[in-house]
Design a binder for this molecule. Structure first.
Ligand SMILES: *[C@@H]1O[C@H](CO)[C@@H](O)[C@H](O)[C@H]1NC(C)=O
Ligand SMILES: *[C@@H]1O[C@H](CO)[C@@H](O)[C@H](O)[C@H]1NC(C)=O
Length: 447
């Protein structure tokens, strides 16, 4: 396919219209659940006074409504001091229109939902938020507080229109879930590692129209995972999107990231491991725009921030990278293409095409390919035998068509780690020129 820099922007909405080929979301709609039964936490001892712990009110409402009803947290300000673990049930929704402020300090997960199906967690006014006040831990250098939200063994579900702010640890994990859709979310954390946005290791998941601000994982796939589509993501001063860290018996396949905008992050996309075993196959990384990032494409199978694990390396096969535009912070220091595969497990069938990134500083940049086979950039063509090799190419002319759009909301300074982080609103644009797949719930319900 041919792209000029100007055409690419105009085409983005067309390129964006691709829902996954598998089914996602709850199988029963909200109205049906609501007409069956609604359990407001205010009827179970909850108070919207910002002081009373609503932990037991949520648990009681869940127990009463988890078979086909709705757990309702009306608008208002709430305190959560004791974490909730909501288990079982079927065909339930949790409508969270208020703001929950963390007042407890245990580790673990503030809201943990497990072993349920046909489930929807959302806010109908697009204002439902969890404020984790992570800075209270981070200002003393601690990351020992709770994560905000975790789903484990949940199938046929959606999570949408929620705002997650300043997690003491991670913001949102999807562990061993299936057929899920996550969309229209704003996640805003401190400017530090260890504060991941979304981590997913699951099957048949569609994550789209999400903004993440933090300084660690934006939207990251872990092992094992199969069939995950990630689209229209705004990594706004983040760590950037990634896969990993990958260790032993890795089993990841059919992963697509499309329309990923990355600003001031550690990287635009990283696949990270150091030793290990197993495989990653059938990966598509297309339509990426980046500005001000340290690394751009960064496949590193000798990642020095991870201690070496046993094994020759994770086998990467059929990895397709296309239509990347924009600029890297310093392309001579950290080149926009780094495909550093393990000599003991060379990467195969890697393609890099329509890749036009230039450096913001200086007038040259590097492409590094080590033990990587396929076509494009500095990759070696496969010819039956895949022995290890190392190549560094220095590029001294800006690639044609590297200039790319920016997003209006790009932050000029980070939120730091030692003061309160304001609760944002959910944006309505996550990638230049791409329209979100669904209107915000607030808009849809008032329409
Ligand atoms: C490579 O991966 C793509 C994307 O998942 C898939 O459509 C294609 O069939 C794969 N190619 C091979 C040879 O398996
Ligand atoms: C990133 O983008 C939004 C707009 O989409 C902007 O309002 C905001 O200040 C930026 N940063 C954060 C942390 O949301």
């Amino acid at each position: 396919m041919f792209f000029s820099p100007f055409l690419a922007i105009g085409l983005a909405p067309l390129l964006a219209s691709a829902a996954p080929s598998w089914s996602v979301g709850p199988t029963t709609d909200y109205a049906t659940k609501a007409s069956n039964k609604v359990c407001s936490i205010l009827d179970y001892g909850g108070k919207a006074d910002g002081k009373t712990d609503i932990g037991s009110a949520i648990s009681s409402a869940w127990d009463e409504c988890k078979e086909g009803g709705v757990v309702y947290i009306p608008s208002g300000e709430y305190a959560l001091e004791s974490w909730v673990r909501l288990t079982g049930g079927k065909s339930t929704a949790m409508r969270m229109d208020g703001t929950i402020y963390r007042t407890g300090s245990d580790g673990g997960n503030m809201i943990f939902i497990e072993h349920t199906s046909d489930f929807e967690l959302f806010s109908s006014n697009s204002k439902g938020a969890i404020q984790g006040y992570g800075y209270e831990f981070h200002k003393d250098g601690s990351l020992s507080g709770p994560r905000l939200l975790r789903l484990y063994d949940v199938s046929d579900f959606s999570v949408h229109d929620l705002i997650l702010v300043d997690a003491p640890a991670f913001h949102f994990s999807l562990d061993t879930c299936s057929n899920g859709e996550v969309y229209n979310m704003a996640i805003r954390g401190g400017d530090s590692g260890g504060l991941d946005g979304i981590d997913v290791w699951s099957n048949d998941i569609w994550i789209h129209d999400v903004e993440v601000t933090n300084k660690d994982e934006c939207v990251t796939v872990k092992s094992p995972s199969k069939s995950i589509l990630v689209e229209n993501i705004y990594c706004n001063w983040s760590g950037g999107c990634a896969m990993g860290s990958l260790s032993t018996d890795v089993d990841i396949s059919d992963i697509t990231y499309r329309n990923i905008y990355t600003w001031k992050s550690n990287q635009m996309y990283m696949i990270k491991s150091n030793g290990g075993s197993g495989s990653v196959s059938d990966v598509v990384l297309e339509n990426f725009i980046g500005h001000g990032n340290a690394y751009s494409l960064d496949i590193d199978q000798a990642w020095s921030s991870m201690s070496t694990v046993d094994g020759d390396g994770v086998q990467l096969n059929n990895i397709s990278i296309s239509n990347w535009k924009g600029t890297a912070e310093n392309g001579a220091q950290r080149g926009p293409i780094k495909v550093n595969c393990a000599p003991g497990a060379p990467c195969t069938d890697v393609t890099i095409e329509d890749f036009a990134m230039w450096t913001e500083e200086g007038d040259s940049e590097t492409y590094i390919c080590n033990s990587a086979y396929g076509s494009g950039a500095c990759l070696k063509e496969e010819s039956g035998d895949t022995t290890s090799y190392s190549t560094t190419v220095t590029v001294t002319t800006a690639p044609t068509g590297y200039s790319a759009a920016t997003m209006a909301g790009d932050l000029s300074t980070a939120f730091g780690t030692d003061s309160e982080i304001p609760i944002p609103t959910i944006p309505t644009s996550f990638y230049p020129g791409a329209t979100p797949f669904s209107a915000l719930a607030a808009k849809a319900s008032s329409a």
